[in-house]
Design a protein around this ligand. Structure first.
Ligand SMILES: Cc1cc2nc3c(=O)[nH]c(=O)nc-3n(C[C@H](O)[C@H](O)[C@H](O)COP(=O)(O)OP(=O)(O)OC[C@H]3O[C@@H](n4cnc5c(N)ncnc54)[C@H](O)[C@@H]3O)c2cc1C
Length: 267
């Protein structure tokens, strides 16, 4: 980023957005990905850290998490860490190293829409919504945000509904600190042994995380015991995966079955 001429530190979301609209501007929050960009057309860095957005609020039906909250802070809040059967407590430690988790922000991790993002998979199974600012504040589901890729908007908050159910996250990577070859999130709401509701998300396909509706529909209404093999067969058939330097599509299909099997057993 040799052509950067200005480093701006606005103190409101509105002024940050205005600065961000000028061609050649780039937002930065934790800075981990921005620091690695090899692009020459960025002339102005707009630092979002002074606008606040570091809150974690417990409302009656949702948690509201500011976009500048660090990934590591998600597990220091006991209510959030224990959400949906300790999902965040168990999954956040799978993301990079302690140093990375202490720098990376939730907003930056979502906005970059990395195919291998664990954060997107984790927050998609929680059915999260984003508050965004594009001249005015509005809400969009994380799923829609990832599909539409709106340009130039600022993510200000992530809203996680208190929806109940048990959620688990599985990741296959070549080493502890490596990014995922494939990741999978599963959330089920049970009535006794019967699955009342299900959400299944696969990420690092290597494309960005996606809900696997066919598997969700298959699980709903079934008794949890004894459906693992059929659910895994279906997953392997329907999951849309591709090949890259990390793995072939065939390998990822086999992994999708393995991770779903593990997730169902953990639930
Ligand atoms: C070595 C390494 C290993 C990693 N391992 C993993 C891993 O295993 N799993 C995983 O999920 N992630 C991993 N990550 C990624 C990391 O978790 C974050 O995704 C990444 O650091 C981005 O967060 P950031 O706050 O640093 O964003 P930045 O680098 O500051 O910004 C990233 C992008 O988002 C934009 N942006 C930032 N904030 C906002 C906002 N509020 N609104 C709109 N746009 C915004 C910026 O303009 C930029 O385009 C790894 C990163 C590194 C460097």
């Amino acid at each position: 980023m040799l052509n950067v001429k200005a480093y701006l530190k606005p103190d409101t979301v509105q002024s940050a957005y205005e600065m961000g609209q000028i061609p050649g501007s780039l937002y930065v929050s934790g800075g981990l990905m921005v620091a690695q960009l090899k692009i020459s057309n960025v002339e102005r860095i707009v630092d979002l850290k002074s606008v606040g957005l570091t809150h974690i609020e417990d409302h009656s039906d949702v948690f509201k998490i500011g976009a500048n909250v660090k990934i590591s802070d998600l597990i220091s809040n006991p209510y959030l860490a224990n959400l949906n059967g300790d999902l965040l407590k168990n999954s956040i430690k799978e993301i990079g190293s302690t140093q990375i988790r202490n720098m990376a922000t939730l907003g930056g991790s979502i906005a970059f829409k990395l195919g291998w993002s664990d954060i997107i998979t984790i927050f998609m199974i929680l059915d999260s919504n984003l508050e965004i600012y594009d001249g005015e504040f509005s809400k969009i589901s994380l799923q829609e945000y990832v599909k539409k890729s709106p340009k130039g908007v600022i993510i200000t908050e992530i809203e996680v509904p208190k929806s109940g159910g048990i959620a688990v996250f599985e990741k296959f990577a070549k080493s502890n600190f490596d990014i995922a070859t494939l990741n999978l999130g599963l959330k089920v709401v049970l009535d006794g042994q019967i699955v009342k509701d299900a959400c299944v998300v696969v990420g690092s396909r290597p494309m960005v995380s996606q809900r696997i509706k066919e598997v969700e529909e298959f699980l709903i209404g079934k008794q949890l015991n004894g459906i693992t093999k059929d659910a895994c067969d279906l997953m392997e058939r329907v999951v849309q995966v591709g090949s890259d330097i990390r793995a072939s599509a065939e390998y990822r299909k086999a992994l999708s079955r393995f991770l779903l099997d593990k997730a169902l057993r953990r639930v």
